[in-house]
Ligand binder design. Structure first.
Ligand SMILES: Cc1cc2nc3c(=O)[nH]c(=O)nc-3n(C[C@H](O)[C@H](O)[C@H](O)COP(=O)(O)OP(=O)(O)OC[C@H]3O[C@@H](n4cnc5c(N)ncnc54)[C@H](O)[C@@H]3O)c2cc1C
Ligand code: FES
Length: 507
């Protein structure tokens, strides 16, 4: 059977549309077989590619803010004039098209050559920048340095065996078996050589000499730097119980971890997931997609309650139960003897594969040994610079002054790590840009995405709009009447609007 082509979206813009037919902020149409979005911004009309370059989200369902448009799915932001991915998680630009107005009709016939991104360039160009870490923040920093036309040397040192990958996918489609491995790399292999990024894999940095300005690798080699970015991420917590070191007991952080889980899951009948938080439950959903019986053991009484509150916790539990997951809450595993796992409350479960998802610890050892200020994370200022000038930190290790909550916070979110990597890159070039993005994360369970903007460690009230069980809701986490954070299911526009409102409240 021949592949079925999706019908082109909306009107054929090359034939023109009457201005009177374009009344809203956006209009989805097509030119040839490409979907193109008309966007009104003030008195101007732009035409851009209609799909987000991250996961193909429908920009027609996003929100326009000045000369930019935000993606409804994971809040990437694109510049309408240049198409540039101005905010992660998208990294690639979208296409931009020429808009011609003839009388009262607007025509789009031709793609423009991709304009150059906005480049401030280096105010103070260091000769060599070293990045420790090949994850979200480290990669985004390296990519942004080149986008900013930085011509100096970039060395990226990663203790992983694989080039930077789309880590969130490791507990979702890739683990479920519905995404091929070639979706995972953030960039194709040739990118690093083409961009002159000296990426060294299996390179473990063991110390930093902050006076001599060099880092030392496990093999003894030292690498000098003019600016240094620490983006060492977080380490999964391992359970100190007998049997946790067996080959079918896994943590999930790297591509290597995920491949090992998939190998253990091959032919497995039953799995135990220890930990009922985001990664554990996403992994549970992925294993259910492989038709494996899944038992989730968690200390908490309600999954995700600490972050999302009781009602959303109950919903998440019910959702997983509908898909056949069996919970053992208020319990933990005390030992694993071969395939037999003993629970504290008594039961013994047999499992072919065990995933330990009981949280992570920021990898702070390098920073600690180097004498950087530490406060449950690497302390950075608004510019993401640590207590030692010239050394920056970003991602899961960084505790920064969040202007929205007014607190020094550290989070473990993909998008925050990427955006911090990008800000740190610009600041290593002397651009002096405060990091003020509103924290954002998403989590996916079966066909249900949960989006979260803001930061609320505590709240005194949760206001629910809509119906959580019907998967159509927006929850506001408030303190003293102020909205600190918003979680939502299938309320993408409202989630983007909440993000803009939190940004504007600070402005
Ligand atoms: C399976 C999984 C699913 C996730 N899903 C989501 C999601 O859906 N949404 C979301 O918001 N967040 C998600 N996260 C969290 C998100 O991936 C992290 O917040 C993000 O990766 C943090 O980026 P980072 O650059 O700080 O650290 P990492 O991406 O962990 O990168 C750290 C890098 O530093 C390297 N490194 C560490 N120490 C050294 C050293 N001494 N020398 C050399 N290299 C070193 C590591 O090898 C690694 O390459 C998920 C995480 C996991 C593991
Ligand atoms: S699909 Fe647009 S940000 Fe992910």
């Amino acid at each position: 059977m021949a592949d079925q082509q999706a019908a082109p979206a909306g009107p054929d813009l090359s034939r023109g549309i009457a201005l009177g037919d374009f009344s809203g902020a956006t209009l989805l149409g097509h030119v040839g077989d490409e979907d193109v979005l008309l966007v009104r911004s003030g008195s101007e009309i732009f035409a851009v590619g209609a799909h987000c370059s991250h996961y193909h989200g429908p920009l027609a369902e996003g929100v326009v803010d000045g000369e930019s448009i935000r993606c409804p799915w994971h809040h990437a932001c694109f510049d309408l004039r240049t198409g540039e991915a101005a905010r992660a998680p998208a990294l690639n630009p979208i296409s931009v098209w020429k808009v011609e107005q003839e009388g009262n009709r607007v025509f789009v016939r031709q793609k423009r050559e991709q304009p150059r991104p906005h480049v401030k360039g280096a105010v103070d160009a260091p000769g060599r920048i070293v990045i420790v870490g090949g994850g979200a923040a480290g990669f985004a920093a390296a990519e942004m340095l080149r986008r900013q036309d930085y011509r100096g040397t970039i060395v990226m040192l990663s203790s992983e065996a694989a080039p930077p990958v789309d880590r969130p996918n490791l507990s979702k489609d890739y683990l479920a078996g519905s995404a091929p491995e070639d979706w995972l790399p953030l960039r194709p292999e040739g990118f690093y050589a083409d961009a002159a990024i000296d990426m060294r894999l299996n390179a473990d940095v063991v110390s930093i000499d902050t006076r001599a300005r060099h880092v030392v690798l496990a093999g003894g080699e030292s690498v000098g730097y003019d600016r240094l970015l620490l983006a060492t991420g977080a380490e999964p917590v391992r359970l100190p119980i007998p049997g946790a070191d067996q080959p079918h007991v896994h943590v999930l952080r790297s591509l290597a971890d995920c491949r090992a889980i998939i190998a253990s899951a091959d032919g497995a009948r039953r799995a135990i997931v220890i930990g009922a938080s985001f990664i554990g439950l996403e992994a549970a959903a992925a294993l259910r997609a492989r038709d494996i019986e899944v038992h989730v053991v968690g200390l908490e009484q309600r999954p995700m309650e600490r972050v999302l509150g009781p009602a959303m916790g109950d919903f998440v539990r019910a959702l997983h139960e509908e898909h056949g997951v069996i919970f053992h809450l208020g319990d933990t595993v005390t030992s694993i003897d071969g395939k037999r796992a003993t629970l504290k409350n008594g039961p013994v479960l047999e499992a072919d594969v065990v995933i330990v998802g009981v949280g992570v610890r920021p990898r702070l050892a390098l920073a600690e040994r180097a004498g950087l200020a530490i406060d449950r994370g690497v302390t950075v200022n608004a510019y993401l610079e640590t207590s030692i000038s010239g050394i920056f930190a970003a991602g899961d290790i960084a505790r920064w002054p969040d202007p929205h909550s007014g607190e020094n916070i550290r989070v473990e979110h993909w998008v925050v790590a990427e955006r911090q990597g990008q800000t740190a890159a610009r600041n290593m070039l002397g651009q002096h840009e405060a990091f003020d993005a509103v924290p954002f994360f998403w989590s996916q369970h079966y066909d249900v995405p949960i989006n979260y903007v803001g930061h609320a460690e505590k709240w005194d009230e949760i206001v629910v709009d809509g119906n959580i069980a019907a998967k159509d809701c927006l929850l506001q986490y408030k303190s003293g009447g102020r909205v600190l954070a918003v979680a939502s299911i299938y309320r993408d526009v409202a989630s983007l609007e909440a993000e803009l409102a939190i940004e504007k409240a600070k402005r």
